[in-house]
Design a protein around this ligand. Sequence first.
Ligand SMILES: NC(=O)c1ccc[n+]([C@@H]2O[C@H](COP(=O)([O-])OP(=O)(O)OC[C@H]3O[C@@H](n4cnc5c(N)ncnc54)[C@H](O)[C@@H]3O)[C@@H](O)[C@H]2O)c1
Length: 245
Amino acid sequence: MSYEGLRVLITGSTRGIGKAAAQAFLERGARVAINGRRAEDVAATIAELGGANMIAAPGDMASAKACSKLVWGAIEGLGGLDVLVNNAGVFDSGPVVDVSEETYDWMMDINVKGVFFCSKAAIPELRRNKGSIVMTASESGLSGNKDTALYCTSKGAVVNMTRALAHDLAPDIRVNAVCPGAVMTDMVTGGGEPGDLTEMENFSPMKRIGTPKEIGEAICFLADPTQKFMTGALLAVDGGSTACR
Ligand SMILES: NC(=O)c1ccc[n+]([C@@H]2O[C@H](COP(=O)([O-])OP(=O)(O)OC[C@H]3O[C@@H](n4cnc5c(N)ncnc54)[C@H](O)[C@@H]3O)[C@@H](O)[C@H]2O)c1
């Protein structure tokens, strides 16, 4: 079992894709640091996932200082780190002319700056352990989707950060990204009953929205320690929508 004892930090793992990824790693025998902004959400997620083989690493990853603190908390709690999953992210949509500087800073701080500085903080430990980084990017980082210029800007940055870090950190640390299409999480439903999702479902040739589990499994695959030659890879898990545009 290649995942047995693997020490994994997943940012934004209190719900959605991050929680599904935590579940996938746990099922394979890994140990996981659960992160979210609020300590009570982190504790609730750990309890929900059964409590075993997890530690709490709460923290808001919107500042470089907080990123260092949460990464070092995870390293201390797990006794080291083999995999960093940069998954936490936020979404907003609307015409570019309506985007305020405040919204721009909020999204770029979480989706780009946090990813950059969590990676930076984890590099010495990942290098020591010949570990890997997995980014949750997006199909919106591979193409320019309508009325989401800010989100596309942030995920495009994550895509190219993946390539640049893969180059910089080889051969010690592998860096790969999953690029999901629409996935049924709070990000799509707004945390409540989803409205009419027909347009979103019809966007991909598969004519449906993905599940968090499908993306969690893909994240796990990218982190598989036996995949020693795979780095700088962008894995679209989007029902074929990127391939068909
Ligand atoms: N759901 C989709 O359709 C979709 C598609 C493509 C990519 N993604 C990406 O997948 C990732 C996970 O999104 P999701 O769909 O599970 O959304 P979600 O809203 O259900 O979960 C987001 C997670 O990030 C955490 N988070 C947000 N801001 C944070 C901060 N400042 N510090 C720490 N944690 C923070 C939240 O607490 C939560 O755990 C994001 O990067 C998102 O951009 C989602």
